[in-house]
Design a protein around this ligand. Structure first.
Ligand SMILES: [Fe+2]
Ligand SMILES: [Fe+2]
Length: 253
């Protein structure tokens, strides 16, 4: 397993695991890499070198477990990256899968049987979208607001009234019964119950894409569960303490 350091070349990381390219593109680290090292790239895109190393290591190394270092980085970097990842799912991964899935349906000899799988696929996508929507409309802005309060010492009164109602546990629970498990079900249904097809090239592509999405989602969820959630709890606790000590200035929206 490649150990990434500031002097590691981008090309060597891609040679270790080409799927990391999708993370690089999400970070707007675009091809034409030449002999560029992590250090040079981090400077070019104005990102902390260690943060970039950890972000890529967590992706290529399935044993990566030291998420504690992420807790020191600017939370804005993290939420931006999570949001970029959602865009990548919505703009690339999901449309790709949808196209392949409709091709798969066409290859089924008996349409009825495949319709049940199609229905499961559509339900899965709906839930996946709803979860991303919830994070983008509620969780990420909430994180942003908590961060602003801690940076400025000022809070909007109406935000503080809602603050007590936001449940971090509810967010954790959504991940627990989560989309990852549904994706595993979908993969298993396709492996166990796909009816006879006229050809299997598209089937193989669908399965490959689902496994790749699964790997990407696991990475994404690790960042949410092991970085975003602890940071949320920590920030909420700090704000509660400041509120108790009357150290927050209230401003009108
Ligand atoms: Fe997410
Ligand atoms: Fe999530």
């Amino acid at each position: 397993m490649l150990k990434i350091s500031p002097k590691t070349k981008i090309v060597d990381i891609i040679n270790e695991d080409y799927t990391v390219l999708s993370v690089l593109l999400r970070l707007k680290i675009l091809p034409g890499y030449g002999e560029k090292t992590i250090d040079q790239i981090a400077q070019e895109i104005n990102l902390d070198t260690d943060f970039l190393i950890n972000l890529l290591s967590a992706f290529i190394d399935t044993e990566f477990s030291d998420y504690t270092q992420f807790l020191n980085y600017d939370i804005k970097f993290i939420t931006n990256f999570l949001k970029e990842t959602h865009d990548f799912y919505k703009e690339e991964k999901i449309p790709e899968l949808k196209t392949l899935f409709s091709k798969l349906i066409e290859t089924a000899k008996l349409k009825n049987n495949i319709k049940i799988i199609e229905h499961y696929f559509n339900t899965y996508l709906e839930e996946f979208y709803a979860h991303m929507e919830y994070e983008e409309k509620q969780v990420f802005p909430y994180v942003q607001e908590l961060n602003n309060i801690l940076e400025t010492g000022e809070a909007n009164k109406s935000f503080i009234e809602g603050f007590k109602n936001f449940s971090i546990q509810e967010y954790v629970d959504q991940h627990e019964d989560g989309t990852q498990e549904k994706l595993n079900d979908l993969k298993n249904i396709l492996l166990k119950y796909t009816p006879e097809l006229t050809e299997y090239k598209v089937y193989y592509q669908v399965i490959s894409k689902l496994y790749r999405l699964g790997k990407d989602l696991e990475y994404h969820m690790n960042l949410e569960n092991r970085v975003l959630v602890p940071r949320l709890s920590q920030m909420a606790a700090e704000i509660n303490k400041l509120l108790d000590e009357n150290k927050i200035k209230f401003v009108q929206p």
